[in-house]
Ligand binder design. Structure first.
Ligand SMILES: Nc1nc2c([nH]c(=O)n2[C@@H]2O[C@H](COP(=O)(O)OP(=O)(O)OP(=O)(O)O)[C@@H](O)[C@H]2O)c(=O)[nH]1
Ligand SMILES: [Mg+2]
Length: 134
C-alpha cells in the first residue's frame, strides 16, 4: 500500500498547543489535528513542515525539534507522521486551510477528537505536563 510521509507541528506557546480542525470532506474530515501535511518530492521533512505551516496557518516557526515518528495504517493508506516541537517565530495563526484553530492545554487535549494515529502523541504530551507538576 502507498506510504504517505507527513510532517506535523506540536506548536507550543504559554503552556498550550495549537490544534486545527480538519475541513469537512477531506480524509478524516471534522477531526482535530496537529497542523502539517504531506512531504513533496525533493523536500526534507523540516522544509515540508515550514511550508505547510506557512500555507495552512500563515506562520513562520523557529527551529523544529523532532519529537516522534508514528506509522499508522488507515484502510485507504499508510501514513508515517513525523511530529516536531516548535514555536512561532513570526505571524499570527489564521485558519487559512482548516475549519477552526484553538490553543489548548495538554489536559484539555482529550476533549477533542483526533485521528487514531495521534493517540500516542496526545498521551505523551499529557504525561509530560503531568510530570512537570510533580
Ligand atoms: N496534518 C496532520 N495529518 C494527520 C494527523 N494525524 C493523521 O492521521 N494525519 C493524516 O496524515 C495525512 C496528512 O494529511 P494532510 O491532509 O494534512 O496533508 P496536506 O496538508 O498535504 O493536504 P492536501 O493533501 O490537501 O494537500 C492525512 O491523511 C491525515 O488524515 C495530524 O495530527 N496532523
Ligand atoms: Mg494538512
Amino acid at each position: 500500500m502507498k506510504l504517505v510521509e507527513v510532517a506535523a507541528g506540536l506548536i507550543y506557546e504559554d503552556g498550550r498547543y495549537l490544534i486545527a480542525k480538519r475541513k469537512a470532506g477531506v480524509h478524516l474530515g471534522g477531526l482535530w489535528e496537529f497542523p502539517g501535511g504531506k512531504r513533496e518530492e525533493g523536500e526534507t521533512l523540516e522544509d515540508c513542515l515550514r511550508r505547510e505551516l506557512l500555507e495552512e496557518l500563515d506562520i513562520r516557526i523557529d527551529i523544529p525539534i523532532p519529537f516522534r515518528i508514528i506509522r499508522h495504517d488507515y484502510p485507504e493508506k499508510t501514513v508515517e507522521l513525523h511530529f516536531f516541537r516548535c514555536a512561532i517565530e513570526t505571524g499570527r495563526p489564521s485558519p487559512v486551510d482548516c475549519a477552526e484553530l484553538r490553543w489548548v492545554l495538554p489536559s484539555e487535549l482529550s476533549e477533542y477528537e483526533f485521528p487514531p494515529a495521534d493517540r500516542p502523541i496526545i498521551d505523551a504530551l499529557q504525561y509530560q505536563t503531568a510530570g512537570q507538576r510533580l
